[in-house]
Design a protein around this ligand. Structure first.
Ligand SMILES: Nc1ncnc2c1ncn2[C@@H]1O[C@H](COP(=O)(O)OP(=O)(O)OP(=O)(O)O)[C@@H](O)[C@H]1O
Ligand SMILES: [Mg+2]
Length: 117
């Protein structure tokens, strides 16, 4: 039984669309060029159009959490390094937008990640 209740060929197409994930990376070595602002606005734009958005902040400044006024109990480092449950590490910023926040410990996350490459 497919999730949308479709049948035959339509069912296959519906399942593929259902699983479609688009990954976007907003990154620039240069500081102050509106990376954080773009992420926050783009996330809200997509959510308002019916997409489910997960923002992963890999910047140790943790600006996304600050800009959106979030108070996460756990951060990217807790998820990646300490294997805390994903659902405990994300915070809902608004309907359709979940955020996995970064903090200073993200520097350590990167170091540990590099050592395993
Ligand atoms: N379109 C815009 N018009 C005017 N100011 C803007 C615009 N977009 C962003 N800003 C301002 O520019 C500053 C830098 O933006 P932002 O923090 O998003 O950049 P960033 O690239 O994430 O910076 P950092 O490298 O420090 O992480 C902020 O004060 C933000 O409010
Ligand atoms: Mg930023």
């Amino acid at each position: 039984m497919d999730p949308g209740g479709y049948r035959g060929r339509t069912a296959i197409i519906a399942r593929e669309e259902w699983r479609q994930v688009i990954r976007l990376v907003i990154s620039n070595q240069r500081g102050g060029v509106a990376k954080t602002t773009s992420v926050a606005n783009f996330a809200r734009y997509l959510a308002d159009r019916g997409k489910r958005v997960l923002v992963i902040d890999t910047d140790p400044q943790g600006s996304i959490g600050t800009v959106l006024g979030l108070k996460p109990a756990k951060y990217l480092h807790d998820f990646v390094v300490y294997n805390h449950l994903f659902k405990d590490c994300i915070v809902e910023a608004c309907p359709g937008v979940d955020v996995l926040c970064g903090n200073r410990e993200t520097v350590k996350t990167e170091e540990i990640g590099r050592a395993h490459v």
